[in-house]
Ligand binder design. Sequence first.
Ligand SMILES: Cc1ncc(COP(=O)(O)O)c(C=O)c1O
Length: 418
Amino acid sequence: MSEKLAINGGTPVRPNPLPAPYPGASAYDEREVEAAAEVIRAQSPFRYYGPEKVLGKAKEFEKNLSEYIGTKYTVGVTSCTASIVCALKAAGIGPGDKVIVPACTFIASAGAVVAAGAVPVFCDIDKSFTIDPTKIGACVDKYTKAIIAVPILGNPCRMDEVVAEAKKYNLIVIEDVAQSMGSSYKGKMSGSWGDLACFSLQINKMISTGEGGAVSTNDAKLYERAVRYHDHGMFREKEGFLATNAEDDIFLGQNYRMSEITGAIASVQLSKLPGMIEQFREYKKMMVDALSEIDGIELVHINDPEGECGCTTQFMLKDKETCEKFIAALNAENIRCFCLYGGRPTYMIPQLFYKKTVDPSGFPFNQFDEEIVYSEDMCPVAVDLMPRTVTMTIGVLHTKKDIEDSIAGIRKVAAAIL
Ligand SMILES: Cc1ncc(COP(=O)(O)O)c(C=O)c1O
């Protein structure tokens, strides 16, 4: 006989919900306070000039992130969404172009493509929830210019294969590392494989300044264009930078500049990231060891267990109905879990599915000599896996006891439901 579930009036596995999952923000302490205070005391929150001395905090963060990821250049921006737009514009992508985006990602990966004036084309995922490199070729046509690869919740993409496919079709590779800063694949950091990489500092992310982002690259020309695009077409700090034809290549940009306060906090957060990942991986191993023994649960495939952030556990159940029941029952046990993106592939979000942009003309979907059509079943693996997968996150406030409770909750619910 299985134990009575909390959802049916039984005693929950734990009396209170698990701690908040926000990894970076939950790790805030006096160091972030001091970093922000230093900028405030100096009355110098703008990165390029100020009343007194510019502290160079945004610049310092860019250097720190480049060193950590293993790229030559980074520019800090206001969000990852902004960083994807900058990356696309740096690569010269715009109206009349198509960009391959995975069927499972946050809406921003596709929304930024539309903001850049291009159109997203969706590529199916595999059992890792990341882009299936073997399906990229079928997504390519004469309009396709780039691929955005998205490591999901700390799980890196098979970047060697993505890059090889991109080479075949002459596509730019952009890594949207928003959810997975610090992950690596085959010993190489996520964000160092492609032509450009994009990062987020929003509150759900591995490190956080509330809002913020960055674009990173090894290519001087792409960097220079990203800098120009993020700052009204200007490149203010080019001393010591070897780009050659900066003056020939003028264009208007936007304002996606990072503030000094963001830069200061971001550097402190980045210094905490390796320690956080080490802890997450230890907890993740406890989850994997326990869950591997439960019948009816299939863990989402991790492309490189040594390179994942370890901040998430995901497992697949037999169908959507079982998954919905499981999630409701586990939450009632005070073990937080959810169905990622409501179980819907990205292209099923109404704005995308119906191609609703802010422009009544239908731009940018009207730039092709064929209609762009998104159909419900176009990425069958995503359609199958997403609604039947349970997602759980691990945060820095979690203790070993919280992980043990999570495992106990999953065992209890599995015994009653599966
Ligand atoms: C994969 C992915 N890309 C982009 C973003 C957008 O990040 P931001 O909120 O910094 O614009 C997110 C945020 O959730 C994300 O998960």
